[in-house]
Ligand binder design. Structure first.
Ligand SMILES: C[S@@+](CC[C@H](N)C(=O)[O-])C[C@H]1O[C@@H](n2cnc3c(N)ncnc32)[C@H](O)[C@@H]1O
Length: 279
């Protein structure tokens, strides 16, 4: 990110979610009515950038939709009372699911520049505030995640689901290892769903070309990609941190689960891989 400017890759991801309900056929993989209002009037410029990334254009947003949907499905499958969204960007879970806040807490961790901007947008849009929806600013590359969670009132004795999608690729391996070690300190029953970029050798030709276009785009936003792993490398990093792998859904499994009923021809074009790790 550039200095104190908010993350433009976060805006771009939000626009992918927002235009899905505007331009694609239902059923939507994820229905996010807050995404475009949060981005504001610039959303159309982001939408143009995004549709230039793939042919057909709607394919480019499939991965952004699937990664968040998968994390939220893991959350819904268990009785978690704490949902921690790391690198939250313009994620609108707390506003889309006010019922979660009846008994649970949502804690959003993000770079201060992005989070301050998001909160200002939320105020402008008069989105509801809740004492159970907590914003915890942290530069994950510098600040200790544990202290940030404690300061935000995170309950280390209660199971939590953490998610970190679309974010690890902007962090280096050392920062990701530290993050995973903190997750491992959470209460038994806790878990994290994360996405990571695979090493380029693992991609097919179409995915490689897509990755090149995405890399150029985000580097131009001042957010260069910093990490990529083989599946073995990321699982080893997680094991060393004290976590065990619960699931690593493949591209085909995700496509089968979330896209086969689509009538608009959208197929999954996703560079990132998802990994569900348990404490
Ligand atoms: C591509 S966006 C993804 C946002 C959101 N998870 C989503 O899927 O829409 C990447 C996010 O990582 C955050 N990020 C990047 N580097 C960070 C850092 N060093 N500390 C905290 N957050 C960071 C950005 O602020 C941004 O919100």
């Amino acid at each position: 990110m550039r200095g104190s400017e908010p993350s433009r890759s976060a805006m771009s991801a939000a626009v992918a979610r927002g235009i899905h309900r505007l331009w694609d056929d239902p059923p939507w993989i994820l229905d996010d009515p807050f995404a475009l209002p949060l981005v504001g009037e610039e959303w159309q410029a982001f939408a143009e950038q995004s549709t230039a990334l793939s042919r057909p254009p709607h394919q480019a947003r499939s991965g952004v939709l699937v990664r968040t949907r998968y994390a939220e499905d893991v959350l819904a499958a268990d009785a978690y009372a704490q949902y921690v969204i790391l690198g939250a960007g313009l994620d609108s879970f707390a506003w889309r699911h006010p019922e979660f806040l009846a008994n649970g807490r949502v804690l959003e961790v993000d770079h201060p520049a992005t989070q301050t901007w998001k909160r200002e947008r939320a105020r402008t849009l008069a989105l509801p505030d809740s004492a159970r929806h907590v914003f915890a600013p942290a530069d994950l590359a510098r600040d200790a995640l544990a202290s940030c969670l404690t300061a935000a009132g995170f309950d280390w004795t209660a199971p939590a689901l953490l998610s970190c999608v679309g974010t690890t690729m902007y962090l280096d391996a050392g920062t990701i290892a530290a993050l995973l070690r903190t997750v491992a300190r959470c209460a038994p029953g806790s878990a994290i769903v994360l996405s990571y970029n695979p090493r380029v050798e693992l991609l097919d030709e179409i995915q490689r070309a897509f990755l090149e276009r995405v890399s150029r785009l985000v580097a131009g936003m001042g957010e260069p990609l910093r990490s990529a792993f083989t599946p073995d490398e990321i699982v080893r990093l997680a094991h060393d941190a004290g976590l065990r792998a619960a699931a690593a859904p493949t591209h085909d499994e995700l496509e089968e689960r979330y896209l086969t009923t689509r009538r608009d021809g959208m197929r999954l074009l996703m560079i990132e891989r998802l990994l569900w790790l348990r404490v």
